[in-house]
Design a protein. Structure first.
Length: 85
């Protein structure tokens, strides 16, 4: 299994978690005392987007609220990633 396969699995898992967040849940507390559901979700999504950028797809996206239903970017796909060396 390649690093890209691992990343695909991680991205699919994060996508399922983010898609399961209900409208009333983003402000709920988490095990990370200083972060609510929105902050953890944004951290996960932004981290994945930065990883794709670092892999060569372009500059990293600006920080933003990735849990707003209108702003959640689609998950990176194999075709949007650079080919492995």
């Amino acid at each position: 299994m390649s690093s890209f396969d691992d990343f695909d699995r991680a991205t699919a898992t994060v996508t399922k978690i983010i898609e399961a967040v209900e409208p009333g849940q983003p402000g709920l507390p988490t095990a990370c005392a200083e972060w609510d559901v929105r902050a953890v979700g944004n951290h996960l999504v932004q981290g994945n987007l930065k990883t794709v950028a670092w892999a060569g797809s372009g500059p990293p996206p600006e920080e933003g609220d990735r849990l707003a239903r209108t702003s959640v970017p689609s998950s990176p796909t194999p075709s949007s990633r650079p080919a492995p060396p």
